[in-house]
Design a protein around this ligand. Structure first.
Ligand code: ADP
Ligand code: ADP
Length: 226
């Protein structure tokens, strides 16, 4: 069970900006939830609070059955994917995928199994021995996702992971993300300012404005009643 529940969550940055204001949101176990809205509406802040990268000013966040307000990011059993992929340039794709597992002391056999499995899901099998410099932007983004997948986390948190890709790649990566989610059914919170991305990816879409929840519904119902 890895539902994520935000209950009356506020974020006030030092300087007084209220970036998130009384956010109540229930993300169901296995659901793909998209947070969408114009730049500055508080999407990234909300995601970063779920990840534990930003303190919460008020309210509670629950992941699975644990209140995580005071838990460090590494103890939340979540994996985050960013738009700047931050791969290690001196390591091969396989080493990049395995690195986090190695740090956690996972035995080599299990590590290799997970690396192979993720590479297969992401179509990266023939690139395992390459360095990031020898990959296309889309392939690099797949490696970044692979690093999250191999951890087999309770939830994926993604902040505009496709925004650095060109339009054509974005379309094919959207399809890959849909397939991946169908297969893994890991609870996902996905931030984007792109409405088409929101509508094609989300089981449900949460529209934020000025730090507040404006609407949350399925893409179909949001489309019918905007
Ligand atoms: P979005 O992801 O929707 O673009 P953000 O969550 O990044 O929005 O930002 C929400 C608001 O909080 C904006 O007004 C932004 O300027 C402000 N903000 C974001 N990060 C900080 C920070 N570290 N310090 C102060 N204000 C911030
Ligand atoms: P070592 O663990 O001895 O440092 P390498 O540097 O060759 O081994 O690789 C680092 C990690 O990358 C390995 O622990 C392994 O999990 C993973 N790895 C390397 N090549 C492959 C491969 N072809 N298939 C799956 N995993 C691989």
């Amino acid at each position: 069970m890895a539902q994520i529940v935000l209950d009356g969550v506020d974020k006030v940055y030092s300087g007084g900006v209220k970036a998130v204001d009384g956010l109540d949101l229930e993300i169901r176990d296995g659901e793909f939830m998209v947070l969408v809205g114009p730049s500055g509406c508080g999407k990234s802040t909300a995601l970063r609070m779920i990840a534990g990268l930003e303190d919460i000013s008020a309210g509670t966040i629950t992941i699975g059955d644990r209140v995580v307000n005071d838990l460090a990011p590494k103890d939340r059993d979540i994996a985050m994917v960013f738009q700047n992929y931050a791969l290690y340039p001196h390591m091969t794709v396989a080493q990049n995928l395995a690195f986090g597992l190695k740090l956690r002391g996972m035995p080599k056999e299990e590590r290799n199994r997970r690396v192979q499995e993720a590479a297969k899901m992401l179509g990266l099998e023939q690139f395992l021995d390459r360095k990031p410099a020898a990959l296309s932007g889309g392939q690099r983004q797949r490696v970044a996702m692979g690093r999250a997948i191999v951890r087999e986390p309770k939830a994926f948190l993604m902040d505009e992971p496709l925004s650095n890709l060109d339009a054509k790649l974005r379309v094919s990566m959207r399809a890959s993300l849909n397939q991946l989610h169908d297969r893994l059914r890991v609870t996902t919170v996905y931030v984007t300012h792109d409405q088409i991305e929101a509508m094609t990816l989300g089981d449900r879409v949460c529209v934020l404005r000025d730090g507040r929840l404006q609407q949350v519904d399925t893409p179909q119902r949001l489309f019918d009643h905007p």
